[in-house]
Design a binder for this molecule. Structure first.
Ligand code: GLC
Length: 512
């Protein structure tokens, strides 16, 4: 029944898309100031088109004092000069669209910068009309309203000398939380969505979306619950998401949303899809934290099937982003990173790539005196090397963060010249996905396999693929019901030939 529906109804673009995350500071630099910018991205759309991605998600490029490198927004409706101008954004959007690439932007609704004019007003006096736009509480300088810890260390409260009250911030003191219980805040934030939808963006990645409404009683929590969803994840968040969904769906062209629901429970994440009337998609992070182990992955995939399928909620898959060590480093070898790429891009759902994973980049080594992120995430934010030259295409030899390891060989130009490279592997997998309705939108079903292997089929109508991923460090035999041809192999071996029945250690294949 559901299979027939799949065949007859064309899925919206975001269900079949592969999304590529760009951290603007680190992608490409057009001004040789050592910090990436919007024109830099625009100048490298060729790479993305050649690779075959369908959409990009841009981490924040808005006006910001950069205490959290852009996740502290001082103007939701403008571009920070370090990244360019609104006109640069419009040109980037137009060029991406001309190449058939959709553009998602980050939206940071939980908190603004402390330099946002709203907060400047709010903190100016207790009776300022914007006082209630943020979360202020009484107390004394030595007595915080509660005991909650902030995400990057310290407590969630900062004392304001001028007005002698505490304000709440789940992240840095420079990131005061907006008060989503105030309807004026809701209206103002809805306007920021409209501003970008009117400009033509295809959707939003929504930062800390589960956290926007804090529990009303702000009660003390046991220490081991300080970072738990007990603090937020309120019914009111879901009501807001329904309103946001209505707003977004009011625009033509299948605009979309993907929420950063940072709750490490797939059951909880599923709730953020509502009855198909909240988020279009939500990140599900438990697989990102799974080790390179077949049993662990089987469990994570089963949870997604159990929790999301009954709601008709469309899954997402992600292995790396700007907040976590790269999976190439976590898993420990390029062979594993290659096999992981096959896995990520063939599970049922929308995959999110993080710029640089197609180069097999490892985390950078950051000397103490070059550390800039308050939460130790510099390692995964190293600049993308474009060429083997000493400036790696940036116009400066020493950009805002040190280069990732092996930039002389692990750069776009060198890997493009080598057909056996991981970069070409990503391109072949993306091409295989585009050519296969089954891989894009088909059913997913596990197949019997040896313990170190995750095996599954993807089927849509007559189109069928089998995927085998060997997480083990030894070769393994897999017997199939019928003969199959290797369409893509993570190590490049035997593509186009009949599957021999043996999978190399830490390798994966797409069979047809
Ligand atoms: C999200 C972002 C992270 C940021 C935080 C505060 O977790 O991914 O980079 O620091 O929110 O905005």
């Amino acid at each position: 029944m559901s299979e027939r529906t799949d065949v007859t109804v064309e899925p919206p673009w975001w269900k079949t898309a592969v999304v590529y995350q760009i951290y603007p500071r680190s992608f490409a630099d057009s001004t040789a100031d050592g910090v990436g910018d919007l024109q830099g991205i625009r100048a490298h759309l060729d790479h993305l088109e050649w690779l075959g991605v369908d959409a990009i998600w841009l981490s924040p490029f808005f006006t910001s004092p950069m205490a959290d490198f852009g996740y502290d927004v001082a103007d939701y409706c403008d571009v920070d000069p370090i990244f360019g101008t609104l006109a640069d954004f419009d040109r980037l959007l137009a060029d991406a669209h001309a190449r058939g690439i959709k553009v998602l932007i980050d939206w940071v609704p939980n908190h603004s910068s402390d330099r946002h004019p709203w907060f400047v007003e709010s903190r100016s006096s207790r009776d300022n009309p914007k006082r209630d736009w943020y979360i202020w509480r009484d107390g004394t300088p030595d007595q915080m309203p509660n005991n909650w810890s902030a995400a990057f260390g310290g407590k969630v409260w900062t004392w304001d000398e001028g007005t002698e009250q505490w304000y709440l911030h789940l992240f840095l003191p420079e990131q005061p939380d907006l008060n989503w219980r105030n309807p004026e805040v809701v209206a103002a934030m809805h306007d920021t969505l409209r501003f970008w939808l009117d400009r033509g963006v295809d959707g939003f990645r929504m930062d800390v979306i589960h956290g926007i409404v804090k529990r009303e009683d702000l009660v003390d929590l046991p220490v081991d619950r300080h970072h738990s969803p007990d603090r937020f994840d309120e019914p009111a968040v879901h009501a807001h998401l329904r309103d946001i969904r209505t707003l977004i769906d009011g625009y033509p062209g299948d605009r979309t949303s993907v929420g950063e629901v940072y709750i490490l429970s797939t059951g909880k994440v599923a709730e953020y899809y509502g009855q198909g009337d909240e988020l279009h998609m939500a990140f599900n992070f438990p697989p990102l934290y799974a080790p390179w182990d077949a049993a662990a992955w089987r469990k994570r995939v089963d949870r997604v099937v159990e929790e999301l399928d009954p709601r008709d909620a469309w899954p997402t898959w992600v292995l790396s982003n700007h907040d976590n060590p790269r999976h190439r480093s976590r898993y420990g070898s390029e062979a594993r990173a290659r096999a992981a790429a096959v896995l990520l891009l063939t599970l049922r759902g929308t995959p999110f790539l993080y710029a640089g994973e197609e180069l097999g980049l490892e985390d950078a080594v950051i000397p103490k005196d070059r550390e800039v992120d308050p939460a130790g995430r510099d390692i995964c934010r190293a600049p993308i090397p474009w060429t083997p030259a000493s400036d790696h295409g940036w116009g400066v030899d020493d950009p805002w963060l040190p280069w990732p390891p092996e930039p002389d060989v692990r750069n776009v130009e060198s890997l493009r010249a080598d057909e056996t490279s991981i970069l070409h592997l990503y391109r072949r997998i993306l091409a295989a996905r585009h050519a296969s309705p089954a891989l894009q939108a088909g059913t997913w079903a596990p197949l019997p396999s040896p313990p170190t292997v995750l095996a599954y089929s993807r089927v849509l109508g007559d189109d069928r693929r089998i995927v085998l991923v060997n997480f083990g460090d030894a070769p393994v035999s897999v017997s199939l019901e019928s003969a199959a041809v290797v369409e893509v192999a993570s190590d490049g071996a035997g593509e186009g030939a009949a599957f021999t029945g043996t999978l190399a250690a830490d390798s994966a294949v797409i069979l047809r």
